[in-house]
Write a protein that binds this ligand. Structure first.
Ligand SMILES: C[S@@+](CC[C@H](N)C(=O)[O-])C[C@H]1O[C@@H](n2cnc3c(N)ncnc32)[C@H](O)[C@@H]1O
Ligand SMILES: O=C(O)C(=O)C[C@]1(C(=O)O)C=C[C@@H](O)C=C1
Length: 247
């Protein structure tokens, strides 16, 4: 079955040298377990996506899911909306992710027209769309590339379209940041990760996942052209924003 998932044990043994985190076969094999145990509120964010789509998506409009990984957002939409309600393109640069997402859609929702493209979201040629999902992906782009992408996305959205931006964040205040990171590590421990796993993954993500502050995310959305953005979800150092294009 294409959604078979293993328990994430990638950082459970001591490594001489921790390699940079990458979305390779090893991560793909345990990704559903990894993201569920590592991202506070991941399930709730997925659950809200289809409710937001029901309110904001014009019937038949297109949805882009950027950095779709295994297509969890697409599956959430397909589970809640009929096939003719929307079109969907998931894009991911990782060949292993894209291949597995493609197969998952064929297995799980063959009646919905779900496309997956193995491509770079920075250079992809977007068609007009009603909703763009960027869930935990912008944080993996070099910061210098983020504004240009958001501007392109704003320009491709149809009037009345929405962008959902979910990210890990950092606090500008050092004490607040330390508190939030410590409680995040408590969250991971409570989900079965050891101190060694937490520490080795932290090293692997250094200079790979570069978080912005919540204020910087709103500022980027404003710079891109969005007249309005809101933080609709926050749980420790993970957040989700919605940005609206004027209708
Ligand atoms: C944390 S995962 C996203 C999780 C996913 N959105 C979900 O909700 O399950 C980040 C994904 O972004 C992809 N990615 C990173 N940089 C990318 C780029 N420049 N273009 C396309 N995909 C990219 C990675 O391959 C990875 O699958
Ligand atoms: O484990 C962490 O520290 C995380 O930041 C979680 C996180 C993410 O936010 O994208 C990092 C890598 C994996 O893609 C899954 C989740």
């Amino acid at each position: 079955m294409s959604d078979a998932s293993y328990r994430d044990a990638i950082f459970s043994t001591p490594l001489d040298k921790v390699a940079r985190f990458s979305f390779d076969e090893q991560v793909v094999a345990c990704f559903p377990d990894m993201i569920r145990r590592s991202v506070p509120g991941y399930g709730q964010i997925l659950g809200m996506l289809s409710l937001i789509a029901k309110r904001h998506l014009r019937h038949g409009a297109h949805v882009y899911d950027l950095g779709c990984s295994l297509g969890a957002s697409g599956l959430a939409l397909a589970g809640a909306l009929p096939a003719d309600a929307f079109g969907y393109t998931g894009i991911d640069l990782s060949p292993a992710m894209a291949a597995r997402a493609k197969q998952t859609f064929l297995d799980e929702c063959p009646d919905h027209a779900m496309q997956v493209e193995e491509a770079d979201i920075r250079t992809y040629e977007y068609a007009p769309s009603g909703m763009i999902i960027l869930n935990f992906t912008l944080q993996f782009l070099p910061p210098a590339d983020r504004d240009a992408l958001l501007k392109r996305l704003y320009n491709t959205l149809e009037p009345g379209g929405v962008l959902i931006l979910s990210e890990k964040t950092i606090d500008a205040d050092e004490r607040d940041n330390a508190w939030r990171v410590e409680r995040y590590h408590d969250f991971k421990r409570a989900n079965g990760y050891s101190d060694m796993e937490i520490s080795q993954k932290r090293t692997a993500l250094e200079n790979v996942l570069i978080p912005d502050t919540l204020d910087a995310l709103h500022e980027r959305l404003s710079l891109a052209g969005f007249p309005r953005s809101m933080t609709w979800f926050q749980y420790l150092n993970f957040t989700s924003l919605i940005a609206f294009k004027e209708g």
